[in-house]
Design a protein around this ligand. Structure first.
Ligand SMILES: O=c1ccn([C@H]2C[C@H](O)[C@@H](CO)O2)c(=O)[nH]1
Ligand SMILES: [Zn+2]
Length: 142
């Protein structure tokens, strides 16, 4: 899908709002995500850490799981911002686990990943950041 400049800017602004809720006592790295569903709803997510480290949930997956837990499974785009808390930073690309979660629900050539940092944005398709992904279809092939 083609994202308008205003939709892109709105999603990055939503991601910055989500970032304020990051629970990051261990990394001090604050991430926010804003996931745009095909019905127009925006789901915000932040990263949520844990003293046991491995239960940590990324901002992107928080947003996806909020949506899916409410019955929403069709998405157009996600905006992501991440940096040391309170500092300016560079683009924050989603981790491999989050890319895999995106692959479960999103069309690789249609879904847009918007990285934001300050006034800059950079947009990718899911296939660009997860080539040769393992999906539901992989289970069907012989
Ligand atoms: O795309 C990313 C990359 C990292 N993190 C989180 C996980 C952890 O809380 C912190 C440092 O890895 O940042 C995200 O939420 N999304
Ligand atoms: Zn992740």
């Amino acid at each position: 899908m083609i994202l308008s400049e205003s939709t892109k800017n709105m999603l990055v602004a939503e991601a910055y709002e989500a970032q304020k809720m990051a629970y990051v006592p261990y990394s001090d790295f604050c991430v926010g995500a804003a996931l745009l569903a095909k019905n127009g709803t925006v789901y915000r997510g932040c990263n949520i850490e844990n003293a046991s480290f491995s239960p940590t949930n990324c901002a992107e997956r928080t947003a996806f799981f909020k949506a899916v837990s409410e019955g929403i499974k069709e998405f157009d785009a996600i905006a992501i911002v991440g940096n040391k808390c309170g500092k300016e930073g560079d683009f924050c690309a989603p981790c491999g686990v989050c890319r895999q979660v995106m692959a479960e629900f999103c069309d690789p050539d249609d879904f847009q990943i918007i990285l934001g940092a300050g006034d800059k944005t950079s947009v990718y398709t899911l296939r660009e950041i997860l080539p040769m992904g393992f999906t539901n279809d992989s289970l069907k092939s012989s």
